[in-house]
Design a protein around this ligand. Structure first.
Ligand code: ZN
Length: 415
């Protein structure tokens, strides 16, 4: 075995492509990539990591997170609530919260995240910190600020939004995100369920505005994610060629649009957890009318998940909630809402990678990047194991052990 290699011996392999598990597999990782996938025979050779009884799968990819130091959706995560009279906290403390989040993602087996909007370009800052090796964290793709028409949400979301009106200002807004280092563009095709003065049903942008964003982004090589709750905004988004539809709960009402998504490879990110948050988990904190609306939306989101799957639409996992590291709860919700474990895992790996436009992660295949998770147990038999930190045994990012129970016990060694 050459010194830069890790040999993962006798694993159950879930390759992320929705195919059946393969037993007795040895995966050799060299120079950050999967070099070889073969069968394990006989006794474990010296120097290998014996994965008997464990499952090897692609690192999870979350296609809808908000990389923000605001921990309002993450009770118990980050600093405690300030006491009255306590010294004010400097804004820069937020960067330590982001560092905590980066670690929490890796610890949960999440090796890639797509940041769909954060305050003050925090997602881009964290991405740079990880890329510069200042800390270990997931691979990050960030949209910078979300492009929205002037709307009530701007009052609530502040610097998470770049408000713009008219096609040329939309192009300027895209160019600003590109200049700020964005990896893709996120737009608000409709209002948001969490804003009292917004109606999420109608399209919030005109066709001309939305088309300008898509054209400007695609010409410059950026993908486009569209927040679309009501049907009119979802229709505009799909017709004008966005790459992913976020939430998309109303799509079950129009099967023709789902067929079109399937045909054109537009990915749906159903974000079931966010509806659960508003309808149940955080309901006492929200305006009652928004909670009632979320109860209806939650039901619609479940219908759309099933309808989209049946129509052959590629699905991705997007938790859109907190705390960081609990993301696989969305995978469990997708499984329980009708996908089953195998398809939900596929959504959280190959499907999410597809949403991000990444071809080097999301599956376990020779020559691809070795972003891998070893789970103590069988997620196909019990998908809940993916939400249990005790069962995340080893996390590799580009072939390097970055988290997991095995790393906490001491340096990785063979038998
Ligand atoms: Zn979101």
């Amino acid at each position: 075995m050459d010194p830069g290699s890790i040999v993962l011996w006798n694993a159950r392999l879930l390759d992320g492509r929705g195919t059946q598990a393969r037993e007795g597999v040895t995966v050799t990782v060299t120079d950050g990539r999967v070099a070889e996938i073969g069968d394990s025979r006989g006794e474990p050779p010296p120097g290998v990591l014996d994965l008997t009884g464990k499952t090897l799968m692609p690192g999870l990819v979350d296609a809808h997170v908000h990389l923000t130091s605001n921990v309002s959706r993450s009770p118990g995560f980050g600093p405690r609530e300030p006491l009255k009279g306590e010294a004010p906290r400097r804004r820069e403390l937020g960067y330590f919260v982001l560092a905590m989040a980066a670690r929490a993602f890796l610890r949960a087996g999440i090796t890639t995240v797509r940041d769909v909007g954060s305050f003050d370009y925090e997602g881009i800052v964290l991405r740079q910190a990880v890329e510069l090796g200042l800390l270990d964290g997931p691979r990050i793709l960030s949209c910078g600020r979300i492009i929205s028409a002037t709307a009530p949400g701007g009052l609530i979301f502040g610097t998470m939004y770049r408000e713009a009106d008219g096609p040329w200002e939309m192009r300027t807004a895209v160019r600003e995100q590109l200049a700020a280092g964005a990896d893709f563009v996120k737009l608000m095709a409709t209002g948001a369920r969490s804003v009292e003065w917004e109606d999420p049903e109608p399209a919030q942008m005109t066709r001309g505005e939305l088309a300008a964003i898509v054209d400007e982004s695609h010409r410059m090589g950026l993908r486009v994610a569209a927040h679309a709750e009501g049907l009119a905004g979802a229709r505009l988004s799909i017709e004008e060629g966005v790459d992913t539809v976020e939430h998309g709960l109303s799509l079950h009402r129009e099967p023709e649009l789902l067929a079109r998504m399937a045909e054109r490879g537009v990915v749906l990110v159903p974000t079931l957890s966010t509806f659960h948050d508003l309808a149940e988990r955080f309901s006492p904190q929200f305006v009652p009318a928004l909670v009632e609306q979320a109860v209806r939306q939650q039901d619609e989101a479940h219908r759309t998940l099933v309808a989209a799957h049946e129509a052959g639409v590629t699905l991705a996992m997007g938790y859109d909630s907190g705390p960081p590291g609990a993301n696989a709860l969305e995978l469990v919700r997708m499984a329980e809402a009708g996908l089953g474990a195998a398809e939900a895992i596929r959504a959280a790996t190959e499907g999410s990678a597809c949403a991000l436009g990444l071809t080097e992660v999301g599956t376990v295949e020779a020559t691809k990047l070795a972003d891998l998770v070893v789970v103590d147990g069988d997620p196909l038999a019990d998908v809940q194991v993916l939400t249990d930190p005790e069962r995340i045994w080893l996390v590799l990012k580009e072939g390097r052990a970055v988290a997991g129970q095995a790393t906490e016990a001491g340096p990785l060694t063979g038998p």
